[in-house]
Ligand binder design. Structure first.
Ligand SMILES: Cc1cc2nc3c(=O)[nH]c(=O)nc-3n(C[C@H](O)[C@H](O)[C@H](O)COP(=O)(O)OP(=O)(O)OC[C@H]3O[C@@H](n4cnc5c(N)ncnc54)[C@H](O)[C@@H]3O)c2cc1C
Length: 275
């Protein structure tokens, strides 16, 4: 914990990892390297001269997808490899949604309101129904809206979210929301996004399956394994992260073990963002 990897070098069939911890530069040598840091963050860390050309090419395709401008010269938003996504959390008295005012209004116990406002979603707590206070998700948005929210200060995002709550649930609801917390995952230094978005990686050649790069990274190379949900059939989900780690360990213990390649890449816009 608290150890920032600065360099992953390869020499004499060993990995030499240089990291910074408590202000000190430390090193460790290893026969195998498993790395779950988001692939684009490896760009300035991982020496890649020893990898097979196909593995190196795949790494660079991902770096390129992340580095492209989010706004094109035509003013259109284009996603990077790491998805833009923001959330807002609030604490509030539960009666604001559990005791709906007015005739015809339905009390809410858990679940999600999908909204056409920029907040996109409000998630209500599905626990402790009889407690006085509850914590709810006041915004959960993606892509261009998330990119734009991420450019604003956290307090600006909270104001947006309060306005969205007003549009959704009225003045009392919006006014009762307190202790706001706003996170834009693309602004978190060692994550730089919510999940892997393979749709942003250009196809290798016209007509080719754009799974080529994904599959090139999947089997690992020179005892280096990229793991995490980013290189799994379930990006954006913990199950993908666990499956990917199990696959990598199986490959080390059984060199004949082949991780199943994918014909089509999972699309996190569908699987996570429901868009
Ligand atoms: C908003 C949001 C909601 C989600 N909701 C769900 C959900 O409901 N259910 C679900 O199953 N999954 C959910 N997920 C996905 C889940 O969080 C991921 O699948 C899981 O965390 C992936 O684990 P990982 O180990 O692959 O990557 P991560 O947990 O992202 O770990 C990568 C690690 O690399 C570290 N790192 C980066 N650079 C360096 C460096 N230079 N040196 C050292 N360390 C470094 C980072 O600090 C980080 O700890 C959600 C994700 C987000 C963003």
């Amino acid at each position: 914990m608290g150890a920032v990897v600065k360099k992953i070098a390869y020499n004499n069939s060993k990995y030499l990892i240089t990291y910074l911890q408590n202000g000190e530069t430390c090193q460790t040598e290893a026969d195998y390297c498993f790395s779950n840091m988001p692939i684009p963050l490896m760009k300035d860390v991982l020496e890649d001269g020893h990898f097979e050309p196909s593995f190196r090419e795949a790494l660079h395709a991902v770096y390129q997808a992340q580095d492209r401008d989010r706004i094109t010269p035509e003013g259109k938003y284009q996603a990077g490899f790491l998805a833009d996504t923001t959330k807002v959390g609030w604490q509030a008295p539960r009666n604001l949604w559990q005791e709906a005012p007015g005739s015809g209004a339905v009390p809410i116990f858990g679940g999600i309101s999908w909204s056409s406002d920029e907040i996109v979603q409000v998630w209500y707590p599905s626990d402790n129904y009889h407690a006085e206070l509850g914590v709810l998700t006041g915004a959960y948005n993606f892509q261009q809206i998330a990119y734009e929210w991420g450019q604003e200060s956290p307090s600006g995002r909270l104001e947006n979210a309060r306005q969205g709550a007003r549009n959704l649930g009225g003045n009392d609801f919006a006014h009762g929301l307190a202790h706001g917390l706003a996170i834009a995952w693309q602004n978190v230094p060692y994550l730089q996004g919510g999940w892997a978005n393979w749709s942003a990686v250009a196809e290798k050649e016209p007509g080719a399956k754009n799974a080529t790069y994904f599959n090139a990274l999947l089997q690992g190379d020179k005892d280096f394994y990229i793991i995490g949900d980013q290189l799994s059939a379930l990006p954006g989900w913990q199950e993908g992260a666990v499956a990917s780690a199990i696959n990598a360990v199986n490959k080390v213990t059984d060199p004949q073990y082949l991780v199943p390649e994918l014909d089509f890449l999972p699309d996190t816009r569908l699987m996570v963002e429901c868009l």
